[in-house]
Design a protein around this ligand. Structure first.
Ligand SMILES: CC(C)(COP(=O)(O)OP(=O)(O)OC[C@H]1O[C@@H](n2cnc3c(N)ncnc32)[C@H](O)[C@@H]1OP(=O)(O)O)[C@@H](O)C(=O)NCCC(=O)NCCS
Length: 218
């Protein structure tokens, strides 16, 4: 059980997910992903059960002292060949069930991360990333990777291609709730993933992001 305390946020702790958290994570997702929830594209009970059976130490929640779940993050271990292989969310998560998870993999894959809309910009997202980075270091994984939805791209799609939008966010000319957050947490933008996730906000575009484990040893 990993427990991290962050003084910045009143008593919020990050720990590994337990079975009793599942209904609370589903509630959180409905509020954190309203655009995806509308089409039923949020976690289902059987998927979260499967994650806990397959890779319990990779599942995290952020909880307030009274047990309210204010954030969650899901991961699995994979290998990509080639290392920046084009992929979709459905492919890389085995349809959300993580049955493709393998401890022989070299990459911790971030399948999902969210903090409650009423608690954004309080450092909860960064605490969840810190817990996942700690896990990648503890398991001596080479890196952490993910596909980050380009959350505000829908507001720019008529003006520029997705790559140009991402480059403007990287240069700080634009802010994106997800890509700016990922860059602020030490991730590097690798490339655009097309048709990554059925999502009206990003028009299905995502950023392939990577964080290299500084402590990795062969
Ligand atoms: C992305 C998300 C997890 C960030 O969570 P969070 O708890 O607000 O993150 P933090 O407080 O740790 O943010 C850290 C930094 O990231 C950046 N950041 C966070 N949200 C941002 C935003 N909306 N716009 C621009 N930068 C942002 C800021 O630099 C922020 O530092 P600041 O608060 O000092 O400005 C949260 O916005 C969320 O749940 N979004 C909806 C779900 C989602 O799309 N998840 C990503 C799936 S790929």
């Amino acid at each position: 059980m990993t427990e991290l305390f962050d003084p910045h946020t009143t008593g919020v702790k990050v720990r590994n997910t337990i079975k009793n958290d599942i209904p609370k994570i589903i509630d959180l997702d409905k509020q954190s992903f309203p655009f995806l929830a509308k089409y039923g594209n949020i976690w289902k009970q059987e998927e979260l059960n499967s994650h806990l059976e397959i890779f319990p130490e990779g599942q995290f929640v952020a909880v307030e002292p009274d047990g309210t779940v204010v954030g969650s993050a899901s991961t699995l271990i994979v290998s990509l060949d080639p290392e920046y292989k084009e992929h979709t969310w459905i492919d890389i998560t085995a349809n959300g069930m993580f049955t493709n998870h393998s401890y022989d993999g070299d990459s911790l894959y971030g399948a999902d991360i969210s903090s409650h809309p009423k608690h954004r910009h309080e450092g909860i997202g960064s605490m969840l990333y810190a817990a996942r980075k700690d896990l990648a270091m503890k398991l001596n994984l080479r890196r952490m990777i993910a596909g980050g939805r380009l959350f505000n791209y829908c507001d720019y799609a008529d003006k520029m291609p997705a790559l140009e939008y991402a480059q403007k966010v990287i240069r700080g000319e634009l802010k994106d709730p997800v890509l700016s957050f990922e860059l602020d947490n030490g991730f590097k933008f690798i490339k655009i993933l097309n048709n990554y996730l059925d999502d009206v906000r990003s028009l299905n575009y995502a950023s392939f992001i990577e964080w290299l484990n500084p402590k990795f040893h062969q």
